[in-house]
Design a protein around this ligand. Structure first.
Ligand code: GAR
Length: 212
């Protein structure tokens, strides 16, 4: 049984979907804690509702980003985390942190990386006139929204779409895909070797596992 720690900053709907998959017995692991960098993150309420311990780290209480990440890292060591799942954790992690946990941190991002790292991905895809958009789940390295891609899922953008429709479409894919990737990791099917993602000992392509 792997010990999973979820890190988030907001709503926590992806955390909720992973938790539901765990509760259905689909994941050979257990979310043992939720860490947030915002005291009012709704994800903390979801965790409390489920009886999962929560920890809040606020930047204002630390002298530097590095000091904050060191405190989080110490907490992760105490918890014995085997897997760190970033689920809408909207603070950039230091290179020291990402290197320390290399191969054990996953992130989800609402774009088809390497397109649109950073913020406002849906607006940027629509403004560029893209006809497709999507989400990416990847191992985390020191680059923002970088690291080996594990799984991407595409969604269409229709000419008459409103932004909320696009966001909703991407979210649906996120909720479908993130529990699956966590399931793979916890079943020891997924690994990072020399910067590349492997599934069942086969290297994945730069776009990750093809998922239609
Ligand atoms: C998700 O859409 C996720 O892709 C995004 O934050 C949202 C969190 O939603 N993450 C990033 O933008 C990371 N760069 P949730 O709190 O409802 O799970």
């Amino acid at each position: 049984m792997k010990k999973i720690v979820v890190m988030l900053s907001g709503n926590g709907s992806n955390f909720q979907k992973i938790l539901e998959a765990q509760q259905k017995g689909k994941i050979h692991g257990e979310i043992c804690a939720v860490i947030a960098n915002k005291a009012d993150a709704f994800g903390l309420e979801r965790a409390k509702e489920a009886g999962i311990p929560t920890f809040v780290f606020l930047r204002k209480n630390f002298a530097s980003n590095l000091a904050m990440d060191e405190a989080i890292a110490q907490q992760l060591d105490v918890l014995g985390a085997d897997l760190i799942v970033l689920a809408g954790y909207m603070k950039i992690l230091t290179a020291e942190f990402t290197q320390r946990f290399a191969g054990k941190i996953l992130n989800i991002h609402p774009s088809l990386l390497p397109k649109y790292p950073g913020l406002h991905t849906h607006e940027r895809a629509m403004e560029a006139g893209d006809s497709e958009h999507g989400m990416t789940i990847h191992f985390v390295n020191e680059e923002v929204d970088g690291g080996a891609v594990i799984l991407q899922a595409k969604v269409p953008i229709y000419p008459d779409d409103q932004i909320d429709e696009v966001i909703q479409r991407v979210h649906e894919q996120e909720h479908r895909c993130y529990p699956l990737v966590v399931q793979w990791f916890c079943a020891d099917r997924l690994a990072l070797k020399e910067g590349k993602a492997y599934l069942d000992n086969h290297p994945l392509s730069p776009e990750g596992y093809a998922f239609d």
